[in-house]
Design a protein around this ligand. Structure first.
Ligand code: ARG
Length: 481
């Protein structure tokens, strides 16, 4: 029966996987320095799954005896039981999760455990584990994205008809529906979900069987392993398979863009909850006070989400930088891949969760929004359009309305405060329905173009958004079950 092969040599030392070649032992601090166990232990489930699929194939192919394969699988299941129940004792002498599991396996079933690593290297093993784990992470983030979208959708339903100022340059521009504004974020998150699905697909290729870098002399069945592990296909090049971390970059990028969207949403919540805007009131559960100023209620949670975005960008740039100078194939530098990506994923996951809670619990002050929409003379365009529709050249209409705005500004009034007589005094071209031009609800509902803020257009948009969110939720549920 063939002997197991490690990534560099056979296993003969219980402590180190490359013991045979070495006479001296490793410096204790160097051992700690080189370890990835504190980070990659998060992938234990993937490591066991990968090993079970691998050993079943070894048995089926006659590379190890059927008895050995059964014994090893049983041992791996027992190790999984210990990991699940928390009985597993992690030993920092183990470099990584792969060595930790193998050591525990051998402790349970004896030297036959050493046959598991036949025709496998930690190089294809770590790539396999990381891909399996990345798929789970992408699917669970997609679920978090769907939850936030659902919270936004339900607030958009609840406050349908509420009018708020729309801004450009953070200056009041034209009134819009609050629902329209909230739906803008639903679509950003829809693209985030698609990016996560793309990252999932990028990870969905099995590198197992690439061994250290060159493939192996053993008669493997890579496709059977891939199928058992739920991979869509196998990698076509062993060198690329063990040195590719693009799938992690895709996931990291998806996290960075999603964080950017959350950050923009949170920036608006910070602004909106200020006294100057007063559009929303944060729930107490998502606010903090001040130790000195009794009146304070701070939107800390929104600020933190905004702040954590920087970290997630850093995680992406860190991995891009780790990868940029590496010759083929595996290099130990690549062990630095997981800490950043896991940080990006857990940060986004937590931020999605708190943002969902914040959106679901905040109080919307519809009256303040409407009052804000009356300010800033946002009806000016519609008033000028009205004149133009009544035969006044637009240039002149612009001039006439400009004078009305100036007048209102001087007298501290809004365009909605003007009477029909006052409008008529400014131009006889104003029709009997001229006041409709400054009516906020009518201004909004006139935006009938597809994708516009008009009530009918937003109603149609809500239908599309609900479908998109349901599709995203179903995609995630299928991958997580
Ligand atoms: N802990 C390693 C990592 O995460 C596993 C691969 C080790 N391979 C090797 N040839 N030293 O990258």
């Amino acid at each position: 029966m063939a002997e197991p092969v490690g990534e560099e040599s056979g296993m003969s030392d219980a402590k180190k996987a490359w013991g045979g070649r070495f006479e001296g032992s490793m410096d204790a601090f160097v051992t700690e320095f080189g370890a990835s166990l504190p980070v990659d232990r998060a992938m234990w489930a993937a490591d066991i799954d990968g090993s079970i699929a691998h050993v079943r194939m070894l048995g089926a192919q006659g590379i190890v005896s059927p008895d050995d394969a059964v014994q090893i699988e049983g041992g791996l299941r027992a190790v999984r039981g210990d990991l699940e129940s928390g009985l597993f004792i992690f030993d920092n002498a183990d470099e990584d999760i792969h060595m930790a599991v193998e050591r525990a396996l051998t402790a349970k079933i004896g030297p036959v455990g050493g046959r598991l690593h036949t025709a496998r290297s930690r190089n294809d093993q770590v790539a396999t584990d990381t891909r399996l784990h990345a798929k789970r992470l992408a699917a669970s983030l997609a679920e978090g994205v769907a939850s936030l979208q659902e919270a936004l959708l339900s607030r958009a339903d609840e406050h349908f008809g509420a009018v708020m100022p729309g801004y450009t340059h953070l200056q009041k521009a034209q009134p819009v529906l609050l629902s329209h504004h909230l739906l803008a974020y639903v679509w950003m998150l829809d693209r985030d979900a698609r990016r996560l699905r793309a990252a999932y697909d990028a990870a969905d290729v099995s590198p197992l069987g690439s061994a250290a870098l060159a493939g192996t002399t053993f008669p493997l069945n890579r496709r059977a392993v891939a199928e058992e592990l739920g991979f869509a296909t196998v990698t076509p090049n062993s060198l690329d398979a063990v040195s590719d971390r693009d799938f992690l970059l895709d996931l990291s990028y998806a996290c960075a863009v999603a964080m950017m969207h959350l950050s923009r949403l949170c920036e608006e919540l910070v602004l909106w909850s200020s006294d100057e805007f007063g559009f929303v009131t944060m729930d107490d559960g998502y606010s903090t006070g001040s130790s000195i100023m009794p009146q304070k209620k701070n939107p800390d949670v929104a600020e933190l989400v905004r702040g954590k975005t920087g970290r997630v960008y850093g995680d992406l740039v860190a991995l891009l930088t780790v990868m940029k100078g590496l010759p083929l194939a595996y290099n130990k530098d690549m062990q630095e891949d997981k800490a950043g990506v896991f940080d990006a994923v857990s940060t986004l996951s937590a931020c999605l969760r708190v943002t969902t809670g914040m959106i679901a619990t905040l109080t919307v002050n519809e009256e303040r929004m409407r009052a804000g929409a009356r300010g800033g003379f946002m009806a000016a365009t519609d008033l000028a359009d009205h004149l133009a529709a009544h035969g006044v050249p637009f240039r002149d209409a612009h001039e006439i309305v400009g004078r009305l705005v100036l007048e209102c500004e001087r007298s501290g009034r809004t365009l909605q405060d003007l009477t029909l007589d006052e409008l008529r005094a400014a131009s006889t071209a104003f029709g009997p329905d001229a006041l409709d031009a400054v009516d906020l609800d009518l201004i909004v509902s006139r935006r009938t173009s597809e994708g516009g803020t008009g009530h009918d257009a937003v109603r149609a948009q809500l239908v599309l958004a609900r479908d998109a969110v349901a599709e995203g939720r179903a995609w995630a549920d299928t991958r997580l079950s």
